[in-house]
Design a binder for this molecule. Structure first.
Ligand code: ADP
Ligand code: GLC
Length: 486
C-alpha cells in the first residue's frame, strides 16, 4: 500500500476558529489538523470574510495577486497550528459585516453565486498550478456546495489533481437561476440535466457530484439514506449512478478543543474518574440560565440551528408534557424566527424549568455539554452531527433520532445493552413528538437508577472519537482517487 505524504488542498467555506456557522467549520479544522499530524501537507483555502480575517490576527502575508484583478491570495496559519490557510481576498465580495452566507437578518447575500464562483475559480487555479505558487496538490478535497464547482473546473484540465467531494448536508444544493448561469459565463456544456442543470436552475453541489473522482458523506448511514427519495433532495438518481464512487466516513472530533479534562470554557474540569466534578458545571449552568440550583433535578440540554432538520418543533410540541416530570430544559440556538418566538413563549410559561438563549455562543455551548445530564437531538435527518459526540465525551447522555450519523454513533439503552455495557444513549425510531416523548421518559426513568445511569455515562466517555481513525479513512480515499484518476 502506497502511504507517502500527500499534498492536499482543502476547500471549505468555514473553518473553526476563524468562521463558523455549524459542524462544517469543526470538521474543516479537525480533519486537516489530524492529516497534518500524520505528516501530510494539507493547506486550507477559504474566502477572506471580514470575521475570518479579524480572527486570524496579524499573521497574514500577501502571497499573490490573481491575474491583473483585484483578487489577492493571503496566507496565514490555522491558529495554534502549522497548517497553512489561504484566504481568497476580494473585499467587494467577502469583506462585509454579517455571516458567510447572508446578512445578520438571515437573508442570503444576493451575490452568493458570484462570491462562491470566484472562490472556486481561485481554488481551481491553485489546483491546476496556474498561479505558480510552487505547490500543486495531489488531491483537492472539496466540501459542500460552496466548493462544488472546483471539480467541474478541474475536469477540463488534462493534467489535474484527483478530487474528492464531501457532502456535509444534501439539503443545501447551492441552487441559482438560469440567468445567473449566464451572468457567471459558466461553460455552456454544463447547462444539461446530467451536468449542473437542475430543474431549470443550476446547482453548485451537482458540480461536485458529477465531476469529482470520489464522493463521500459524513456517516455510513447517511451515505445509504441519500440514495432514497426521502433524503436525496432529487439527487438520489445521480448518486445511485455514482454509487461505486460513494462512501460514508464518520466525522471525528477535535479532542484538544472538546475535552472535559482540559476544556477552558467550562467551570470545573473532570474526567471518567472524577465525574462528581461535573456537578459544578451543572450548578454554573443553572445559574447562567437563571434556573433554580438543584443538583438532583435532571437537566436536558439542546444546542443547534433552529431549523426543520433539527426537530426543534418536535421539542416544542412535547415541552408541556415533559414539564410533568421534575426536569429543567436549557436551549441555545438561533434560526427560524417563528420557532424562536414559539419556543420563547414556552419559556415564559415555565420560567422555573425552561430557559432559552437565542444566539450563537461558543463558550455557553461547552458549558451546556458539561453541565447537562442529557442532550437532545431529535433531528429529522443528520448527516453526521457533532453534538452527540461532544455529549458522549462530556458524560451527558444523548437522546437522538436513529438517523444518519446519530444512528452510527449512539447505542440505545435496553436490558441487553445495559448488561453488556454498550448502551450509550436513548434513541427514537421515528421523528414524531410521541416517539420523542417516549425516549425522554425512558431516559428520565433510567436517570433514577443511578448505577445504570453512571454505567451508561462511562460507556460513552470511554469511547474514542478522535479524528485519527477517520483521517486514515480519508487518506485511503485520497489514494483511491489518485489511483483511479492517474
Ligand atoms: P450542523 O452542522 O448541522 O449545524 P453539527 O452537529 O454537525 O450540526 O454541528 C453543529 C456545531 O455548531 C456544533 O459544534 C455546535 O456546538 C455548534 N453550534 C450550533 N449552534 C450553536 C449556537 N447557537 N451556539 C454555539 N454553538 C453552536
Ligand atoms: C452538516 C450536517 C451535520 C454534520 C456537519 C459536519 O452541517 O448537518 O450533520 O455533522 O455538516 O459534517
Amino acid at each position: 500500500m502506497n502511504r507517502q505524504p500527500l499534498k492536499i488542498l482543502f476547500v471549505t467555506s468555514e473553518v473553526y476558529p476563524l468562521i463558523k456557522t455549524g459542524g462544517l467549520a469543526d470538521v474543516s479544522s479537525g480533519l486537516p489538523l489530524a492529516l497534518n499530524a500524520s505528516g501530510h501537507d494539507v493547506r486550507i483555502i477559504i474566502p477572506a470574510y471580514k470575521t475570518a480575517l479579524k480572527n486570524a490576527g496579524r499573521t497574514k502575508i500577501k502571497l499573490k495577486t490573481v491575474g491583473d484583478s483585484s483578487i489577492r491570495l493571503l496566507e496565514g496559519k490555522l491558529p495554534n497550528s502549522q497548517v497553512p490557510i489561504w484566504f481568497v481576498d476580494s473585499p467587494e465580495l467577502y469583506y462585509r459585516n454579517g455571516g458567510p452566507y447572508g446578512a445578520s437578518n438571515g437573508i442570503d447575500w444576493p451575490d452568493n453565486a458570484e462570491r462562491f464562483n470566484t472562490f472556486n475559480q481561485v481554488a481551481y487555479q491553485i489546483a491546476a498550478n496556474k498561479l505558480e505558487l510552487d505547490w500543486q496538490p495531489d488531491i483537492v478535497h472539496c466540501n459542500d456546495w460552496q466548493a462544488g464547482l472546483v471539480p467541474a473546473y478541474l475536469s477540463i484540465e488534462k493534467q489535474r489533481p484527483a478530487t474528492i467531494f464531501t457532502i456535509h448536508n444534501l439539503a443545501y444544493l447551492g441552487l441559482f437561476p438560469k440567468q445567473t448561469f449566464g451572468q457567471l459565463s459558466l461553460n455552456k456544456k454544463w447547462w444539461n440535466y446530467d451536468k449542473l442543470e437542475f430543474h431549470n436552475n443550476f446547482s453548485f453541489l451537482k458540480g461536485g457530484l458529477v465531476y469529482s473522482d470520489f464522493i463521500n458523506t459524513v456517516s455510513p448511514t447517511y451515505a445509504r439514506q441519500i440514495l432514497t427519495s426521502e433524503f436525496g433532495y432529487g439527487m438520489e438518481g445521480l448518486l445511485a449512478y455514482r454509487q461505486n464512487r460513494l462512501s460514508g466516513i464518520l466525522n471525528g472530533i477535535d479532542e484538544e478543543h472538546w475535552n472535559p479534562e482540559t476544556d477552558k470554557l467550562i467551570t470545573q474540569n473532570y474526567n471518567y474518574e472524577t465525574l462528581s466534578n461535573k456537578s459544578q458545571n451543572k450548578q454554573a449552568l443553572q445559574k447562567h440560565f437563571k434556573l433554580p440550583v438543584d443538583a438532583e433535578k435532571p437537566i436536558i440540554g439542546v444546542i443547534g440551528r433552529m431549523v426543520e432538520q433539527k426537530g426543534f418543533d418536535l421539542i416544542q410540541n412535547i415541552l408541556p408534557s415533559i414539564m410533568q416530570h421534575n426536569v429543567q430544559v436549557v436551549m441555545l440556538g438561533s434560526g427560524d424566527s417563528l420557532l424562536e418566538t414559539s419556543l420563547l413563549s414556552c419559556m415564559h410559561q415555565y420560567p422555573y424549568n425552561i430557559s432559552i438563549e437565542i444566539g450563537y455562543n461558543e463558550s455557553l455551548a461547552h458549558l451546556i455539554e458539561a453541565g447537562s445530564d442529557m442532550f437532545l437531538m431529535p433531528s429529522r435527518f443528520e448527516p453526521c452531527g457533532l453534538n452527540q459526540f461532544y455529549s458522549l465525551k462530556y458524560g451527558t447522555v444523548p437522546i437522538v433520532n436513529n438517523t444518519g450519523g446519530l444512528a452510527d454513533s449512539v447505542v440505545d439503552t435496553y436490558a441487553e445493552t445495559i448488561e453488556n455495557q454498550t448502551a450509550t444513549g436513548f434513541k427514537l425510531f421515528d421523528a414524531t413528538p410521541e416517539a420523542l416523548l417516549s425516549a425522554i421518559t425512558r431516559a428520565l426513568t433510567t436517570f433514577n437508577s443511578r448505577d445504570d445511569w453512571n454505567q451508561i455515562i462511562r460507556n460513552g466517555m470511554r469511547q474514542d472519537f478522535s479524528w485519527t481513525s477517520s483521517a486514515q479513512h480519508y487518506v485511503s480515499l485520497y489514494h483511491d482517487a489518485i489511483k483511479c484518476q492517474g
